[in-house]
Design a binder for this molecule. Structure first.
Ligand code: NAP
Ligand code: NAG
Ligand code: NAG
Length: 360
């Protein structure tokens, strides 16, 4: 079957979406499904007759808005198999994955919500894939480490019978940048903690409200996904210890401006932590780990030896170490940019290619 008989729907055209659409345009025709639906939060573009649409016409579209159930029927009635790319971070769209999959619609997504919320949603998604007999696929490489091959590597390790004993690393580009600047391995440092956070916010490396990075939940969601793939029945990102870097006193700050204004009051604590680590020849990093044998997941500050891969990270790179029976004492290590529209879209587009190859 030529790829043109596969149909593509794209929800979300933000930072990742735009990059994805441009990568899509560069795929050879044999791998490029026909785009029949594009949407953003307030607009949708599609035709009742499943004609190809152009994403650049989305803003001027007058198409009537389809609800998620309407979209499900629209896609399941297409004259060929449909693939949905969910480029949002929307929980409602994520909650609908099982119903899309049960109707034979494959899903490709960087959205972490579906895989890191309650365990029932996870179970429903993979049960739907299982019972579709290869007709409905799910790929979510970019939900951890953006385009880095983290999910596919872990799945391959597990599927081939290796025993993953521990997963450890730096899973947030923002946290990586903050600590690589605050406590570089060479012992220098580019300023006080609050100054580093302010610079990162200014440069657009944090969420608009930096508390959304500093609370650790983004990392906790990623660890939930990896722990589940490694076989642990983790209930959700609230079910294990996650150290928030938001001082208790500032949790109730009314705005991100108020938070940023008062953050310098707490520089002493971070400075003391950094100095204490330095005395022991170590540096502070924000680390996530899964101890598969003990069934334990945790996320928070750790002091790591200088000279180790985690201590030597630069910029906003992620680093993920898989310790397994086959790899022995030296882990399988994946390192590189873990955020950014282009690299995230690369993971999404590569997943789309895999789906097309299996479906056509
Ligand atoms: N950027 C990265 O570095 C990165 C890395 C890894 C994973 N991710 C994940 O990739 C996903 C997209 O990230 P992004 O940076 O592209 O986000 P973004 O720039 O905020 O874009 C989100 C897009 O989704 C649309 N949207 C939101 N709710 C919707 C709804 N209910 N129905 C239809 N459209 C909806 C938005 O519409 P409007 O255009 O109308 O606002 C926007 O086009 C997220 O799940 C994120 O966690 C991103
Ligand atoms: C989906 O989101 C990713 C990451 O946000 C983006 O790179 C990609 O272009 C988006 N895809 C579409 C079809 O909007
Ligand atoms: C569509 O509208 C959004 C917001 O209104 C704007 O940011 C974007 O540039 C527009 N896209 C095109 C292709 O005109």
């Amino acid at each position: 079957m030529p790829a043109s008989k596969l149909y593509l729907a794209v929800i979300g055209v933000g930072g990742v979406g735009a990059a994805f659409l441009s990568q899509l345009a560069h795929l050879p025709a044999s791998l490029r499904p026909t785009l029949i639906f594009v949407s953003r939060s307030s607009k949708q573009l599609y035709t009742p007759s499943y004609d190809a649409v152009s994403a650049s016409d989305l803003n001027s579209s007058t198409s009537k808005l389809l609800s998620i159930p309407d979209l499900t029927s629209y896609l399941s009635s297409a004259p060929g198999k449909a693939i949905l790319v969910d480029n949002t971070s929307n929980q409602d769209v994520a909650n609908a994955y099982p119903s899309f999959l049960r109707k034979g619609i494959s899903v490709v997504t960087p959205n972490k919500k579906a895989f890191s919320s309650n365990l029932q949603l996870w179970t429903d998604i993979f049960d739907a894939v299982e019972s579709s007999d290869g007709q409905a696929l799910i790929y979510h490489e970019s939900s951890v480490g953006a385009g880095l091959p983290v999910i596919s590597t872990l799945k391959d390790l597990v599927a081939t019978g290796d025993q993953v004993t521990r997963i450890e690393g730096v899973f947030s580009g923002t946290m990586s940048f903050l600590f690589n600047s605050f406590a570089p391995a060479d012992g220098s440092g580019k300023g006080k903690w609050s100054e580093i956070v302010a610079q990162a916010k200014e440069a657009g490396y944090t969420e608009p409200d930096p508390r959304d990075d500093l609370n650790g939940m983004d990392v906790a969601r990623k660890l939930t996904i990896l722990a589940r793939l490694a076989g642990l029945k983790v209930q959700g990102p609230e079910s294990f210890p996650v150290q928030s870097l938001i001082p208790k006193e500032l949790e109730s700050a009314k705005s991100s401006d108020e938070f940023m204004q008062r953050l310098p009051e707490f520089d002493g604590e971070m400075e003391a932590y950094k100095d204490e680590a330095a005395k022991a020849g170590k540096v502070v990093r924000y680390v996530g780990s899964v101890d598969v044998g003990a069934g334990k997941v945790k996320v928070g500050l750790e002091t790591v030896d200088q000279g180790t891969p985690i201590a030597s990270l630069r910029g906003s790179d992620n680093l993920i170490c898989f310790y397994t029976k086959r790899y022995g004492a030296n882990p399988l290590v994946i390192q590189g940019a873990g955020a950014g529209g282009e690299v995230t879209a690369m993971g999404v587009t590569a997943d789309l290619i895999k789906a097309v190859e299996r479906l056509r």
